[in-house]
Design a protein around this ligand. Structure first.
Ligand code: 5RP
Length: 224
């Protein structure tokens, strides 16, 4: 974890620990990617006896889990996860999210899908009225880059190729600005229809169940 992780992210991570309290011993949980999640992983060093393992959403997260001695478990060997803890780039009032700033959106969406409870930990700067100021990350098959970019322009966006970046799945990312995402579910489904799109960073179908919003002094918890 970066020593520079700000106190709002740290406070969100600390407040999320309470969701481990009622879980059985040796539980397997889902763990996302990013600096807020890394702050949470760092705190798991005191929960080694409680947590049997974690399904990680990126190679970076696997490395962080290894540092605190939490074993990684493959997604294929679990049918359900009681909780999934992850950050986000934007959060709207209906618990819809933009994710993928770190490029791990596809594995994050898979793990969110099998989790009974998605607990999203963010600093207060991530909370917005309407998604879309943060450029929407889209994971795309490399050979479909131009095709997908043209289709995204038709949807009103301005796609930008994320340079010098390959996802853990061997694909590229287009970051799409200019989208005012008033209907996240509709847009998520529309983008999923474009051939060559592996995954888009709108999490509406798999929106959060709980938001833990950190500020400089503490954290607020909202449940839907
Ligand atoms: C990675 C993500 C992250 O959750 C998102 O980018 C937030 O990161 P951070 O906690 O560093 O602000 O979606 O793909």
């Amino acid at each position: 974890m970066s020593q520079l992780t700000d106190s709002s992210k740290q406070n969100a991570a600390k407040a999320a620990l309470q969701f481990l309290d009622n879980l059985p011993d040796d539980v397997i949980i889902g763990i996302g990617t990013g600096s807020t999640t890394n702050a949470f992983i760092h705190l798991l060093k005191d929960y080694r006896g409680k947590i049997g393992g974690a399904v990680a959403t990126s190679s970076g997260t696997k490395a962080e889990l290894q540092k605190v001695g939490i074993p990684c478990v493959e997604l294929n060997s679990v049918t359900e996860l009681p909780i999934y803890i992850d950050g986000a780039d934007e959060v709207d009032p209906h618990f819809n999210l933009i994710k993928g700033g770190g490029g791990a959106l596809t594995q994050e969406k898979l793990v969110a899908h099998v989790a009974k409870k998605f607990i999203c930990i963010v600093d207060e700067k991530k909370v917005v009225d309407c998604l879309g100021s943060f450029p929407l990350p889209i994971e795309v098959l490399p050979m479909a880059r131009s095709l997908v970019a043209r289709e995204l322009v038709k949807l009103g966006g301005t796609p930008k190729y994320r340079e010098h970046f390959t996802t853990d799945n061997g694909n590229i990312i287009l970051d799409v600005s200019g989208l005012k995402i008033a209907e996240p579910l509709k847009l998520e489904q529309a983008i999923n229809q474009i051939p060559g799109v592996i995954c888009n960073g709108i999490f509406a179908l798999n929106r959060a169940h709980v938001l833990v919003i950190g500020n400089a002094d503490s954290a607020d918890i909202k449940t839907r």
